[in-house]
Design a protein around this ligand. Structure first.
Ligand SMILES: Nc1nc2c(ncn2[C@@H]2O[C@H](COP(=O)(O)OP(=O)(O)OP(=O)(O)O)[C@@H](O)[C@H]2O)c(=O)[nH]1
Ligand SMILES: [Mg+2]
Length: 384
């Protein structure tokens, strides 16, 4: 081989070596700016992100997903996702906004102003008598203070409605040292079982030991429906045989709860028509027996469907007489055009609305706040 060829080959080998030394390690360092790859670890590759429930902690869904919405899962934080009352009251507000806008648009206060306010309140299902009472009071104040601005008139109306609703004690009985028992009663399909589930999810989520009792032994699927809620929020669950005496199932459920030192026993009951005297007698018995059981019955919550409006009042009277109702849960306010029923319930029955249902999920049960409610109902602001 020619010496110049040998020198050329040695030169090429040296150049390739130097290039390989410099470039290859740089390529290897390139990803250093990116996060290091996660260790190959089966747990680390779990589809459940950090901070979520472990898969094995999530109870299996055993029935139609619609029956218990996924947001009813125990890790749903009720406070964090509290629905905005104003958003959920859109339908109720739409009943009155046209009238209120017209009142404001008129520029002064005259007889048509009062007529429109009257119609707005009656259409919202406040009730004719209560509407007159409210407007008489507002009118007296408007006259006494020489108010001529319709906006100010609406402010007086809002303040009046809020003050009326604030008169009653709406707080749920605080859970004490022993086992509190809450019964839920009402006509068919108003949302009793769902409300037991939502309450259970709330209190179990707050760390309380909760027992749900399927006191509806009449409807075949009722116990399964409640059991799903219990599974999802980690509450205990007690049921009896189908067709069993509901008062004995409730008694057993309370006894079981007391034996386990539970904080709260939530007893569901079957829906019943208020004019079926045998069924109302059965409910009276449930109440009596619950009182005899070892826990303390501290709430009897009457569940009313807001979409039935004034018609719900006569049902409510009978249930109140039969079971000493301590508070109303007004469900389905999200789909009701009759938001004014809240005022009618409190004034005609003398029972505070303690909770309102704004949807089907666990977090859609909120404490009733009068000022927030009146603002949301009588808001003439932009709804777009
Ligand atoms: N939109 C809406 N739906 C609700 C609310 N509360 C309950 N529901 C729905 O109303 C329906 C009836 O609810 P249930 O809880 O089964 O009613 P119930 O009173 O236990 O019915 P019975 O046991 O048959 O008397 C279900 O589809 C619920 O999801 C609410 O606040 N808003
Ligand atoms: Mg039910």
């Amino acid at each position: 081989m020619e010496p110049w060829l040998l020198i050329l080959i040695i030169g090429i080998v040296l150049v390739v070596g130097v290039v390989a030394f410099v470039v290859v390690p740089r390529r290897g360092r390139g990803p250093a700016d990116e996060p290091p790859p996660r260790p190959v670890d089966r747990d680390a590759q779990s589809p459940v992100p950090e901070g979520s429930l472990l898969v094995e902690d999530v109870p299996e869904t055993v029935a139609e997903p619609d029956a218990v919405p996924t947001s009813a899962e125990p890790d749903a934080a009720p406070q964090a996702v509290r629905p905005r009352l104003r958003d959920r009251l859109a339908k109720a507000r739409s009943t009155v906004t046209g009238y209120l806008a017209s009142v404001v648009g008129r520029g002064g206060i005259d007889q048509p102003t009062w007529d429109e306010l009257e119609e707005a309140l009656i259409r919202a299902d406040v009730g004719a008598t209560l509407t007159s009472e409210i407007l008489d009071g507002v009118r007296a104040q408007v006259d006494a203070e020489g108010i001529s601005d319709p906006e100010e008139l609406l402010a007086v109306l809002r303040a009046d409605l809020t003050a009326r609703l604030e008169m009653a004690d709406r707080t749920l009985h605080p859970l004490g040292d022993g086992t509190d028992v809450w019964l839920l009663v009402g006509v068919n399909g108003v949302g009793k079982t769902t409300t037991v589930g939502k309450l259970g999810a709330r209190f179990a989520g707050e760390g309380h030991d909760v027992v749900m009792v399927a006191g509806d032994t009449f409807r075949a699927a009722a116990a399964e429906q409640l059991e799903m809620w219990a599974d999802r929020c980690g509450a205990r669950f007690v049921r009896g045989a189908e067709g069993a005496d509901p008062s004995s199932v409730v008694f057993d459920g309370i006894e079981a709860g007391v034996a386990k030192n539970a904080d709260l026993v939530l007893a569901d009951t079957a829906g019943r028509l208020h004019n079926k005297s045998n069924l109302m007698d059965e409910l009276r018995k449930v109440r009596r027996v619950a009182d005899k059981a070892p826990g303390n019955v501290t709430e009897v919550l009457l569940v009313l469907d807001a979409t039935t409006g004034q018609n719900g009042l006569s049902q409510a009277r009978v249930f109140t007489e039969a079971t000493d109702v301590t508070g109303v849960v007004l469900t389905k306010l999200d789909g009701s055009a009759k938001g004014g029923i809240v005022l009618a319930i409190q004034s005609e029955l003398g029972i505070p609305v303690k909770l309102v249902g704004l949807g089907e999920s666990a977090e859609d049960l909120i404490d009733f706040e009068p000022a927030e409610f009146v603002e949301a109902l009588l808001d003439v602001g932009d709804d777009a």
